[in-house]
Design a protein around this ligand. Structure first.
Ligand SMILES: [Zn+2]
Length: 490
């Protein structure tokens, strides 16, 4: 171990010297113009490392919430980004969430005609399971910069993009950027546990003030490289909708009694039959508008004959659907999924239980809704002795436009930073804070300007979460270019 650490450290120094000389030669080549750029770039990784050290953990349901690291993180932001803090207004919401507003510099009349936009990120992270800590290359809250990466819980989800946003607005503020519309940065503190104390309160605050956003831009997707089966180039995926969620509880009732004289059905058989029935009657797979746009967008990244198949869905739709149905991941994008997760009943082997219950978890496609899922399940179960009720649920999001100026600004900022990669809208299967902004934003997009490889996706909520410095620097450039694009002109 010690040897490994030593050689890693040696490499880090070599890389630092090498990168310093690259920066130096770039600076002299452009007569000093690259100097402040180079400085900001190396700072991004140090700033991310620093905020990873604040253990802003969203604990499980029963554990107490510790506000102190969130306050410390907020103080750090104020110190690290002075130019932005000199221009923007900041408020604390819900105890630990942050609203930043960078007011438009246009005249009040002109600004009133332009809706504000908002960048969303979250400050909280999921806990690290104690038994996995020893498996981390660097401790999860040490904030280590090594081997071209920033290591630690939150590096990818979601402190990396938060820091990239802050670096970008700091750079723009220093450069005298004058937004023509208000820019909000909205940082929640409890995304990982549903966002009710954070994002939901921020959205309620904006709504009460009559703020109407043109769009929000949040995590939830990015540039995928080697993740999509068969794709031969990276693909920029912009999520325009997210699934809903509902837990249904099936409660079966029956007469109790001694197991020596059972009736035809017990509570156990009734609940078991209900679970099997919903599982064997899944929602049909459908290629609808979002999936069509996704597959059409993906086509240029695919070799033949897939490219032809994806570009001609009118002809190949049935075949493509069959292929997508084979993978649980792609099938999940085509329908509301059904997952029985808990079943329980009975206490003793020789007693007929009077009740037995099961929980079935559904991830709801935007074309369905919570009530409709409950009604369909009750209809399928069709047993007056089995009650079907909603335990918790979130409606799926609306589907945001791919024809809006907001989508256009995201899409047109991709080529300058990532090259000429295919761009495809998609449905994200994860939940994000965006779900809370339905009342204040016409459109809600989910795109983090990182290149994600298959390994990265395993690190999110897992071991050895890390983001490459390249990814981080590219993201700073992307957010700065995006804001110039979306808020720097009409
Ligand atoms: Zn996240």
């Amino acid at each position: 171990m010690a040897t490994k650490r030593k050689s890693t450290e040696a490499w880090r120094r070599i890389l630092m010297i090498a990168s310093a000389s690259v920066v130096a030669s770039a600076a002299s080549a452009s007569e000093g113009a690259g100097d402040s750029e180079g400085e900001a770039r190396s700072l991004a990784s140090e700033h991310l490392a620093a905020i990873i050290r604040y253990a802003t953990i969203s604990p499980g349901e029963d554990a107490p919430f510790d506000r102190a690291p969130f306050s410390a993180l907020a103080d750090f932001l104020a110190d690290a980004y002075p130019a932005f803090h000199a221009i923007a207004e900041r408020e604390v919401i819900g105890g630990a969430s942050l609203i930043y507003r960078w007011p438009a510099t246009a005249s009040a009349d002109a600004a009133a005609n332009r809706q504000p936009i908002a960048l969303l990120a979250h400050m909280d992270v999921v806990p690290v399971e104690p038994e996995t800590i020893s498996a981390w290359t660097h401790p999860p809250f040490a904030g280590v910069v090594a081997d071209g990466r920033v290591w630690g819980r939150g590096a990818l989800d979601d402190k990396g993009s938060l820091v990239a946003m802050m670096e970008a607005v700091e750079r723009l503020a220093r450069d005298g950027f004058a937004p023509v519309r208000d820019i909000y940065l909205l940082f929640g503190h409890d995304e990982e546990v549903g966002g009710r104390a954070g994002a939901a309160q921020i959205a309620a605050t904006l709504k009460a003030r009559g703020v109407r956003l043109a769009f929000t831009l949040d995590e939830g997707s990015g540039v995928s490289d080697g993740v999509i089966d068969g794709a031969t180039t990276p693909v920029a995926l912009i999520a325009i909708a997210e699934k809903g969620y509902v837990d249904l509880k099936f409660t079966a009732r029956a007469d109790g009694g001694h197991s020596s004289t059972p009736g035809a059905q017990t509570a156990v058989t009734r609940v078991a039959r209900a679970v099997v029935t919903v599982n064997e009657n899944p929602y049909p797979l459908e290629i609808d508008g979002v999936v069509k746009d996704f597959l059409n967008g993906l086509a240029p990244a695919m070799p033949q004959p897939q490219r032809f198949a994806l570009s001609n869905l009118w002809l190949t739709g049935g075949f493509v659907k069959g292929r997508l149905a084979k993978s649980p991941l792609t099938a999940a994008a085509l329908r509301t999924t059904t997952a029985p997760t808990i079943i329980r009943g009975g206490v003793k082997s020789n007693i007929l239980p009077q009740t037995a219950e099961a929980i079935v978890n559904y991830r709801i496609h935007p074309r369905d809704n919570v009530e409709a899922v409950r009604d369909r399940a009750a209809r399928l179960v069709n047993d007056e002795n089995v009650e079907v009720e909603i335990i918790t649920g979130n409606e799926p999001s609306s589907v945001s436009s791919v024809a809006s100026p907001g989508y256009g600004a995201i899409a047109s900022t991709i080529a300058p930073i990532f090259g000429d990669v295919p761009i495809a809208p998609m449905l994200t299967l994860q939940g994000t804070d965006s779900r809370h902004y339905g009342d204040v934003a016409a459109d809600r997009y989910r795109f983090t300007p990182f290149i994600y490889e298959a390994d990265d996706l395993e690190q999110i909520h897992g071991t050895d979460e890390a983001v490459s410095i390249d990814n981080l620097e590219r993201a700073v450039d992307w957010y700065a270019a995006f804001l110039a694009n979306a808020a720097g002109r009409d």
